[in-house]
Design a protein around this ligand. Structure first.
Ligand SMILES: Nc1ncnc2c1ncn2[C@@H]1O[C@H](COP(=O)(O)OP(=O)(O)O)[C@@H](O)[C@H]1O
Ligand SMILES: O=C(CO)[C@@H](O)[C@H](O)COP(=O)(O)O
Length: 498
């Protein structure tokens, strides 16, 4: 049977999800790559590492699936958002990519908001935040004029991978929306933002639908792996938009909680949404004429990884988190705020840092681990609450995706903290599934996203809130909300002292 391959270019690894025409996952493969932190607050990756990982994933699938090279028909992508890749006139990478979780651009964000803030909000429906692409472009202009002089092409990670595979450079609307350079209603690069900040429009890629075809595999790659059919490559979309598609978030009643390196609370929005005045992000969806809103916890899984690597490096996630259900909600009076690399929603603050509050001698490693999961989930609740209040609705069902959805106790915690039914997916790889769906739609296997979702999105399991836990967590959440204002001045002063 014919296959499509969804490639999720994540922050920690590149994952391939091979799916057949019935929407069944035939195989998965992944390959890790490092993050480079040259200075505090900096976060970079070598774009070439993504292509190496992609080739490793193709190689693994070829070994594992007997008819992979005969039956693969289409490839598409889900990419980490906002991260800036710059190429020269001969398409060589000029410097490491500056990633979405890099917070070096506070000064550039202040400049954008003071010189052109109202216009940027009106055109892009978002405010300038360190993670977005435009401030990174200004940082290169100001701090690396030698590099800027050579820049001729700017793109996002999955577009660079698409270029390596096809030789063509394009960007879809969902990823373009996260650059802060797109007029999200007109679906065009904003000439007023670009001219204000001296960015030639032709440095930016041609815009295309997420399911639009950008080319076919280059002959070198086609031959290297021995693909028998012509493999078509489709633009793909922003990882969160793809996760939403892969989780079937195609109406306004169901929310999505994604716990990967970052955490996201997301909701579908129709075409006429006027935005949340920058309190939440509003971006174009991978579905034509639709949008989605979301709030972001910068260090979700990243907080858990930090904790595991620092205090329990020999343990697996499973052993570290075993038996946390035996500890009462609230981790016996321990709160954690996941601000270890600053925060985005609801506190756009690159200087805030994390904290454990209430630590005492009765607390074990497991208490700390549970408090971390709770703190990450409270932070996502901040976004859920903002969305519910601002748009006057209540999410009764939330689909949980990403690495965090692998743990059943965390799913129960999400049900209790969000006070909603949590639905799982057969594959927790929502973004990869969304990417595979874009390839399937692009190939014409389905008329539209709804028809594809009916066949491809497979839910598994439902976790309902436990009333006593909901009440207990509401009390802890009210205290959690007081930690940011109480620690802000201290955090900022500590950053200044460092
Ligand atoms: N078994 C597990 N239980 C709980 N959390 C997990 C588990 N495995 C991975 N994670 C968390 O999920 C995150 C990875 O999620 P993933 O969606 O793959 O991220 P990304 O796309 O950002 O690379 C890790 O940071 C880790 O904290
Ligand atoms: O910055 C954002 C969204 O605005 C992040 O969600 C990135 O898109 C990276 O996601 P993960 O690698 O954590 O999935």
């Amino acid at each position: 049977m014919s296959y499509v391959l969804g490639i999720d270019l994540g922050t920690s690894s590149l994952k391939g999800l091979l799916v057949n025409k019935k929407g069944e996952v035939v195989a998965t493969a992944s390959s890790d790559y490092p993050l480079i932190h040259e200075k505090p607050g900096y976060s970079e990756q070598q774009p070439q590492d993504w292509m190496t990982a992609c080739e490793q994933v193709l190689g693994q699938l070829k070994e594992e699936v007997a008819d992979f090279t005969q039956e693969l028909e289409g490839i598409s992508f889900s990419g980490q958002m906002h991260s800036l890749v710059v190429l020269n006139d001969t398409h060589e990478v000029l410097r490491p990519a500056i990633l979405w979780n890099d917070v070096r651009t506070t000064k550039q964000c202040e400049r954008i908001m003071s010189e052109f803030g109202e216009e940027v909000l009106a055109i892009t429906k978002n405010i300038a935040l360190e993670g977005f692409t435009l401030p990174k472009v200004l940082w290169i202009q100001e701090e690396e004029p030698g590099i800027w002089a050579k820049v001729r092409h700017m793109m996002l990670p999955k577009d660079y991978l698409g270029y390596c595979l096809t030789g063509n450079i394009h960007m879809d609307y969902s990823d373009a929306a996260g650059t802060l350079m797109l007029d999200i209603e007109a679906q065009k690069w904003s000439t007023s933002i670009l001219s204000k900040f001296n960015i030639p429009t032709d440095y930016l890629p041609q815009l295309i639908d997420a399911a639009g075809q950008i080319g076919t595999l280059l002959p070198t790659i086609q031959e290297k792996f021995g693909f028998e059919k012509e493999v078509k490559v489709f633009a793909g979309g922003a990882d969160n938009a793809c996760a939403a598609l892969g989780a079937g978030i195609l109406d306004q009643e169901t929310g999505m909680a994604s716990i990967g390196t970052s955490g996201v609370f997301l909701s579908y929005e129709g075409p006429n949404n006027k935005g949340y005045q920058g309190k939440l992000h509003l971006f174009n969806h991978v579905i034509p004429n639709a949008h989605y809103s979301m709030g972001v916890t910068l260090a979700a899984g990243h907080s858990l990884n930090w904790f595991k690597d620092t205090f329990a490096s020999n343990e697996s996630f499973e052993s570290l988190l075993s038996d946390i259900d035996k500890i009462a909600p609230g981790s016996d009076g321990l709160l954690f705020t996941p601000y270890i690399v600053g925060e985005r929603t609801p506190h756009a603050d690159s200087q805030i840092r994390g904290s454990f509050i209430g630590l005492d001698t009765t607390h074990s490693l497991k208490h700390l681990a549970k408090a971390i999961l709770e703190g990450i989930t409270f932070s996502l609740k901040d976004s859920q609450q903002l969305m519910e209040v601002e748009s006057n609705r209540k999410f009764e069902r939330i689909v949980s995706v990403g690495g965090g959805a692998k743990n059943k106790d965390w799913l129960q915690m999400q049900a209790d903290i969000f006070n909603a039914e949590i639905i799982g997916l057969e594959t927790e790889q929502g973004p990869g599934m969304g990417a595979a769906m874009l390839a399937a739609i692009g190939l014409g296997w389905f008329d539209d996203a709804l028809a594809c979702a009916e066949q491809f999105v497979k839910y598994k399991g439902s976790t309902k809130p436990i009333v006593e836990n909901v009440e207990k967590y509401q009390q802890y959440y009210e205290l959690y909300q007081q930690v940011y204002p109480a620690t802000k001045t201290l955090s900022h002063a500590l950053q200044a002292l460092k």
